[in-house]
Design a protein around this ligand. Structure first.
Ligand SMILES: [Zn+2]
Ligand SMILES: [Zn+2]
Length: 280
């Protein structure tokens, strides 16, 4: 399966040193050479600090980045990565980082996605009114190995802050400029300022490699991956269909062969706790 990609150049659309997490893995396992186009400006696709809004959802944004890298280099294989931060979908008070790493192969008409949903993130913001509060926030989010952003109200005073001196200067300036004499502190989520996020990008890259390794049983094309799920796993006590996944469809991108199988992570029947009849 690596034959499809071996000895090819994979352009990586990034300017935040994500190649540190992505390139060694792809080069070792796919036999590609990862190249970052010089002066590729991904900030045009949206920034975490909000100066530029994202044009679309996470996957679409990654696609746009990959396509721009293909256009600017004339290559046929591209990688793009995109992160988003917010409340965990199942645990409302836990912050989480959802990372995707996308591979687009124009030569073979393939698009394969790797994903990582991680609650291991320092993503956080706080408004502070004193240097002591700022120091406490910084200590809690892993500063200085993790960078910070300081704002006066909405205006960015400094970002990519990684020393106590820079932080002190920025906080003092923000408190001076702010109409409320406060500074707003945020974790800088750009990969090069956030080793924890870099780790999540590495995990998403591993997942991408797993997805590539799943080949179509009919034609051998990589990326034989999940396209759809059906609920209805029967209750273990009374057999009533529950909302848990009953079947997962995997489909080939080239020959349209598909397979409907039980979800690998699901038991064969649902716990009665999930049953609308046993536990309404
Ligand atoms: Zn196939
Ligand atoms: Zn039941």
């Amino acid at each position: 399966m690596t034959d499809l990609f071996a000895h090819r150049v994979a352009v990586l659309a990034t300017m935040h040193r994500k190649e540190q997490a992505i390139a060694p893995r792809l080069e070792a396992r796919l036999g590609v050479t990862v190249a970052v186009p010089p002066s590729f400006d991904t900030d045009g696709f949206g920034t975490f600090t909000g100066e530029i809004k994202r044009p679309a959802d996470q996957l679409t944004t990654a696609r746009l980045k990959a396509e721009a890298a293909l256009e600017s280099t004339g290559e046929t294989l591209a990688i793009a990565s995109e992160g988003s931060f917010g409340p965990h979908p199942q645990l409302p008070f836990v912050a989480c980082d959802r990372e995707i790493v996308l591979l687009i192969d124009r030569q073979h008409q393939l698009e394969i996605v790797g994903e990582c949903l991680s609650a291991d993130t320092n993503y956080r913001q706080q408004v502070v009114g004193s240097w002591a509060e700022a120091e406490a926030f910084a200590a809690a989010v892993g500063f200085p190995s993790h960078g910070l952003i300081v704002r006066a109200d909405d205006a960015v005073i400094a970002k990519g802050i990684t020393t106590a001196e820079e932080l002190e200067t920025a906080v003092a300036r923000a408190m001076q400029q702010s109409t409320r004499s406060t500074a707003r502190l945020e974790t800088d989520m750009r990969a090069l300022y956030n080793p924890t996020r870099m780790g999540a990008i590495a995990q998403a890259t591993e997942h991408l490699l797993q997805a590539i390794a799943q080949t179509c049983p009919a034609c051998g094309t990589p990326g034989f991956s999940e396209v759809k799920r059906w609920p209805g796993l029967p209750c273990g006590l009374c057999g009533t269909p529950t909302l848990l996944t009953r079947l997962v469809r995997h489909q080939c991108q080239r020959c349209q062969f598909h397979q409907d199988l039980p979800a690998p992570e699901s038991p064969s029947v649902a716990d009665p706790g999930h049953c609308p009849r046993c536990n309404p």
